[in-house]
Design a protein around this ligand. Sequence first.
Ligand SMILES: C[S@@+](CC[C@H](N)C(=O)[O-])C[C@H]1O[C@@H](n2cnc3c(N)ncnc32)[C@H](O)[C@@H]1O
Length: 319
Amino acid sequence: MDTDTKSGISKEKPNLQSGGSHDREFDFTKADFDRVCQLIYEHAGISLGPSKQDMVYSRLARRLRANRLESFREYLAILESNNEVEWEAFVNSLTTNLTSFFREPHHFPILAEHVAKQKGRHCALWCSAASTGEEAYSMAMTMVDTFGTFTPPVSIIASDVDTQVLAKAELGIYPLESIEKLPEDKVKRFFLRGAGEKAGLVRVRKELRDMVIFRQINLLSDNWPIRPPLDAIFCRNVMIYFDKETQLKILERFVPLLQQDGLVFAGHSESYYQATHLFKLRGNTVYELEKSAQPAYTGELSNSGHRTHRGHHGHRRTR
Ligand SMILES: C[S@@+](CC[C@H](N)C(=O)[O-])C[C@H]1O[C@@H](n2cnc3c(N)ncnc32)[C@H](O)[C@@H]1O
């Protein structure tokens, strides 16, 4: 039987006729599913197609049990009443968090080269859909290898909308299998193996954990607590959950956050063809700013000696 890793339970096939099912634990009508889709789209930008009905049922059925509810209608009423705790659990339930260390390994030498090119200037990196942290720690390992120190001139902020995965990311504890493809020297330098009741687990060494700051950031929210200028944004395997309009809005907001030569790293199946006026493909799903796009920081000095900042509409401001 197929199992959904997030809910941990088998994917039952709910009957989605308009009247709901009579042989399932909970009725799940087409109207219930449509409302769930609308709410998660409005809040997190996630577009759930009809093929996700089974997944949604199995993940949210768990929330109904936790709240001792008898129907999706009651559950939706709790969400509509803006219950913050349930909203967090709702979003956490509907995200898909698949990730791994050095997933798409070709991105990391490109990141290393880009940062090394800045010749010791402090660099800032943002991992914007960090899930359980493997990607951000891969960025940190790459920085340690590039600069030969656990205190490189680089800051790494990693964020996600899902608070549950962020808690795991901060802990930095993973199953042993998650590092089995890593070279032995990386394993030795960056991980501690669990013993006794922790056997079968590894933990990212504290020196590496200390290099990454994790924060909850919803890419859809108006407020991103991210300080420009950034040298690279990893926005990998999250845009696929958004529609083109949402993707474009997010890409537009990346522009003023980036250094003029800043890079955006996308997932293997993501492309920014809707934003060719902003980003051009450098290769290997890595994007750089189009010449006409206005980044935040030109690197020029104003009369006062401060670096010049361009606002969203190209107006100049001084920090
Ligand atoms: C498939 S994982 C990708 C993880 C990692 N970037 C990688 O490529 O391995 C997608 C992540 O995007 C996050 N996500 C979904 N919607 C989001 C949003 N609106 N804002 C921020 N993160 C979001 C999910 O919680 C999930 O952890």
